[in-house]
Design a protein around this ligand. Structure first.
Ligand SMILES: Cc1cc2nc3c(=O)[nH]c(=O)nc-3n(C[C@H](O)[C@H](O)[C@H](O)COP(=O)(O)O)c2cc1C
Length: 214
């Protein structure tokens, strides 16, 4: 049975990002895969500390030497058949947790060598799911896709598979907007957008999950 792992790069376990990851895993499950959702913010770990163990000629390549809660996750990913990373956009980037995860996973499988672009043991179908307050217009205006193309290029290069991508814009951030200072948002418009588009985004996530394991 194929195994797919989803990594939740949001500190919130039950909100937009986690919901879309669960939909993707449901798609994978319906395609016959075993699934696992890992919440990054439940783990105690750091980003790459630049020790360069993974680049040493006398050491095992593709192995991150740091020992923390992320270590077994990185090993597990090597045995998986597909991977999905979901992240909210924070300050026009992925969350610090998602970036730290990316550093640990990708840099440890990278050699400074033209001949060997990756030491990751196989092609790993993968996907990136982003959630954000921004609208599609903001995404264009601020060049977000161009910015994220660098991360996506790294996933493609090191995991040898061009990631499937989902942008979930204009997310509903609070369950009750009246409780928070949030006057830049029009709650009614947000609610209407969510009602119309969140089901579509969930369906897209489901299809991505299905595709990754098919
Ligand atoms: C610290 C922080 C920074 C954020 N920065 C941005 C941002 O730069 N652009 C954006 O569109 N949304 C931003 N957001 C909103 C989140 O990306 C958005 O609400 C996302 O859907 C939250 O995902 P979650 O519901 O899974 O936690 C930010 C939220 C937080 C908490």
């Amino acid at each position: 049975m194929k195994k797919i792992i989803a990594i939740n790069g949001s500190p919130r376990r039950n909100c937009n990002t986690a919901t879309l990851l669960e939909c993707a895993l449901n798609g994978a499950k319906d395609a016959g895969a075993e699934t696992e959702l890992i919440h990054l913010y439940g783990l105690n770990f750091k980003g790459c500390i630049s020790c360069f163990y993974c680049k040493r000629k006398d050491k095992e390549h593709g192995k991150c030497a740091m020992k923390d809660d992320l270590s077994p996750v990185l090993e597990k990913i090597k045995t998986a058949d597909a991977l999905i990373l979901g992240s909210p956009v924070y300050f026009m980037n992925m969350t610090s947790g998602a970036i730290a995860f990316m550093e640990r996973l990708l840099f440890s499988n990278y050699l400074y060598s033209d001949e060997i672009p990756t030491v990751f043991p196989k092609k790993l179908p993968n996907a990136l799911i982003y959630t954000m307050n921004m609208t599609e217009e903001h995404v264009k205006q601020f060049g977000i896709k161009e910015r994220f193309a660098f991360h996506e290029g790294a996933f493609e290069r090191f995991l040898q598979y061009k990631p499937e991508i989902l942008y979930a814009c204009n997310t509903y951030q609070f369950s009750d907007y009246s409780k928070y200072e949030s006057s830049i948002f029009n709650e009614a418009e947000k609610a209407a957008y969510r009602e119309e588009f969140f089901p579509k985004q969930k369906e897209e996530a489901y299809n991505i999950g299905k595709k990754l394991v098919s």
